[in-house]
Design a protein around this ligand. Sequence first.
Ligand SMILES: C[S@@+](CC[C@H](N)C(=O)[O-])C[C@H]1O[C@@H](n2cnc3c(N)ncnc32)[C@H](O)[C@@H]1O
Length: 246
Amino acid sequence: MSFKEGDWVLLVYEDKRYLRKLDRNFSLNVGKQVVKFEDIEGRRAGEEVKGFYLLEPTLEDIILLGFKRKTQIVYPKDSFYVAFKLGLSKEKKLLEFGVGSGASTAVFSQLAGEVWVYEVREDFYHLAMKNWERFNLCGNVKISLQDFSEAQVEENFFDCAFVDVKEPERFVEKVWKALKPGGVLASILPTTNQVVSMLRATQELFCAHEVVETLHRSYKTNPERLRPQDLMIGHTGYLFFARKRI
Ligand SMILES: C[S@@+](CC[C@H](N)C(=O)[O-])C[C@H]1O[C@@H](n2cnc3c(N)ncnc32)[C@H](O)[C@@H]1O
């Protein structure tokens, strides 16, 4: 592939990364270096120009560098693992609430057949859709501007559910009904108190409980001095998983 007007490009300059959409007025200054549209047009992914490597962005680049965020998002280190634990595939239907900035939905939608999502706040509902539209994502997502507690949901319909709201324990019974027998419930919870509430609330209706934390530590990639980065994100959330019992 070679880059043209309208494409998104990931520019890697030393240890910095920039995600930009190419238009005829495109120009990026880093230190004393300037790279412009005419330097990039027609170049292939992997090429270097003026110290910038030109690459096609991955979904992780898009979420971390391209999505506008007005809520806490689920970081890719967590959402990719959740996607795996949900057992997503093109035959599966996923239920998700709330949507927030749309980051976790963007990951799940790549692997699931259908994703049905609910967001109670109008500003976040529009924000998520804007993020998806900008990057041509989430074509298989059906979004509703609605409080999930008021949503009409078919019973035994979903293969799996992901809940990212403050008090997920309030919705346990409704999610249980919506899931097929054996279906996976996943949630992300910032505090241990919330995990305890969720464990208590799901004891009767769910089985195979798991609580997991994913720690992600990046390394400085100098082969002469390989060592971790000085700073890391120390905590995002606890990941909660359980299966619907009948
Ligand atoms: C932390 S954000 C979700 C972030 C999202 N998972 C992401 O990765 O971008 C939580 C969202 O849940 C929404 N929310 C809270 N209660 C809700 C409910 N009962 N029904 C639907 N959405 C709800 C909030 O408005 C907020 O946008």
